[in-house]
Design a protein around this ligand. Structure first.
Ligand code: KG4
Ligand code: ZN
Length: 350
């Protein structure tokens, strides 16, 4: 699978930059990316399975694995072709090894190990959340740790203290559903379809966020943990009561009110964490970080406290391999290296 060197390749490689291939397959996106010096993206090919899983209202693990397997080689070819690199140019392969769906992770890992062995390229396993945080290094070339990060996606909701590229501490996590999971479930209940996050974001723009008072769950005083299952149940109860009364569900108002509840709690806890940890920068990451209202309110709250906010563009918020290549680069630079025993860890702790 050697590709001809393109003009772009000649130009970039002359600068002696370090070339990382990132591979991501933890959920329903098969992605391969080529990144220079950890931050300069030459290609970031993302093959989404959303259409396949839509019919089931959520990701079906076995189907996800099968599609990763079918797609991984062609996605790799496309990423190399678009970047204009050949195997000989690649200095490092970084691959997500957890957390995620075990069968899905295994496809990316097996491919990465095969490429590494066949082409004699060093291999590094990357934590998926570390990858999400690293998306910000790509989007903001000036950004360096330390900072407080909010990682908010379909599988995770964490407030993380990032001290250095490879050093972080989880300050709070969800005790039940991840925020994105709540977005997806609520969207299904009000008949918006899958994936729900972007649809709730869209419909909420037409709705009144104060129309319905949904729960704001803060847990114990000072806790930086989250709980989103209660609000999901409140929405379900509200929808059922409307149905029983034979009334039409005000979809836009429900979307706006639900989003307002999640946003308020998330913003208050994240900004509170940054203030108490004396951090003057907050970084947002993960699929739900693409939410327009969350971004707007976080920006407003940060401004009041003199905190600088960093968010990646939406394409780097959701799962992608560029963020994995970036995290792999910094891990490798710090001495991190894996071998062919690298395995998948569905519940890998941060
Ligand atoms: O980071 P991601 O691609 O996958 C995980 O690691 O989980 O996040 C996917 C999640 C889904 O739950 C999706 O509904 C949500 O991110 N999402 C959004 C938005 N765009 C994606 N949630 C709210 N507003 C959005 N604009
Ligand atoms: Zn993710």
């Amino acid at each position: 699978m050697l590709l001809r060197k393109s003009g772009l390749h000649e130009r970039k490689m002359k600068n002696g930059k370090f070339v990382t291939m990132g591979i991501e397959s933890s959920c329903d996106e098969t992605s391969v990316s080529i990144v220079l010096d950890g931050r300069e993206v030459l290609s970031n090919i993302i093959s989404s399975q959303i259409k396949v899983h839509k019919a089931f209202g959520g990701v079906v693990p076995e189907i996800a694995s099968r599609h990763h397997l079918e797609n991984i080689n062609s996605v790799t070819d496309s990423a190399m072709e678009e970047a204009g690199v050949s195997w000989e140019d690649i200095d490092l392969i970084g691959v997500t090894y957890g957390p995620g769906l075990v069968g899905a992770l295994l496809i990316g890992i097996a491919s990465a190990k095969a490429y590494s062995l066949a082409k004699n390229i060093p291999l590094v396993g990357v934590h998926h959340i570390q990858g999400h945080i690293s998306a910000n290094y790509i989007a903001h070339p000036e950004l360096e740790p330390p900072f407080t990060a909010l990682v908010i996606s379909g599988g995770h909701t964490n407030i993380v203290e990032v001290e250095d590229y490879n050093e972080c501490r989880v300050l709070g996590s969800t005790r039940d559903d991840a925020a994105g999971e709540a977005f997806d479930k609520v969207a299904r209940v009000i008949g918006l379809g899958y994936p729900g996050g972007p649809l709730i974001d869209k419909y909420a723009k037409e709705g009144n966020p104060q129309a319905i008072e949904f729960k704001r769950v803060y847990l114990e005083k000072g806790s930086l943990d989250f709980s989103f299952s209660g609000i999901k149940t409140s929405v379900l109860n509200y929808v059922n009561s409307m149905k029983q009364a034979g009334k039409e569900i005000p979809v836009a108002d429900v979307a706006a009110s639900f989003q307002a509840s999640v946003t308020e709690v998330t913003v208050n806890k994240t900004v509170g964490a940054a203030v108490s940890m004396k951090k003057d920068r907050i970084v947002m990451a993960g699929g739900v970080a693409a939410n327009s209202e969350l971004r707007r309110q976080m920006q407003e709250a940060c401004k009041k406290k003199g905190i600088k906010l960093f968010c990646p563009p939406p394409v780097l918020c959701t799962d992608n391999a560029a963020m994995i290549a970036c995290a792999a680069y910094y891990k490798y630079k710090a001495g991190g290296k894996d071998d062919l025993t690298l395995d998948a860890f569905p519940n890998l702790p941060l």
